[in-house]
Design a binder for this molecule. Structure first.
Ligand SMILES: [Zn+2]
Length: 139
């Protein structure tokens, strides 16, 4: 059970109750009904949150996900994702020169070069020799 959500839920339900008191006294217009709908929806969301487990992380995306050890509630899932992104960026950073790609194309063929460097690197290398504008590199 989520204590913080329960406190917010109590506040939201009081507001909904105030709408009930007001409705007894006035004839509500569309604007007031819209406001009541919004407050009811908000209370419904808070009820769902209050009934759910307490958040374990400070992550808005994975509130009940695993926590990175030795941190103050840092999300392990996002940490792993950031790590993967950094690793992928590092690989991309080890840029292959067009000359290296062309050498493989000459010696082993285009298919091998594509397997080794990827279609984008191969088409970029070929484009660098022909100096023709690339309309679509594809992948
Ligand atoms: Zn996360």
């Amino acid at each position: 059970m989520n204590r913080t959500a329960i406190r917010d839920l109590a506040t939201a339900l009081h507001r909904v109750g105030e709408h009930g008191d007001a409705l007894a006294a006035i004839n509500p217009g569309p604007e007031q009904l819209h406001l009541i709908r919004e407050d009811l929806e908000h209370a419904r969301q808070l009820l769902a949150a209050a009934a759910g487990p307490a958040p374990t992380t400070r992550c808005p995306e994975h509130p009940t996900g695993p926590v990175e050890p030795d941190t103050d509630g840092e999300c392990l899932l996002c940490r792993i994702r950031r790590g993967r992104g950094a690793a992928a960026a590092e690989v991309a950073h080890q840029e292959v020169t067009a000359a290296q790609v062309l050498e493989v194309i000459d010696e082993l063929g285009t298919d091998t070069a594509i397997r080794q460097f990827g279609g984008r690197a191969v088409s970029a290398a070929i484009a660098s020799t022909t100096r023709t504008p690339t309309t679509s590199t594809g992948t």
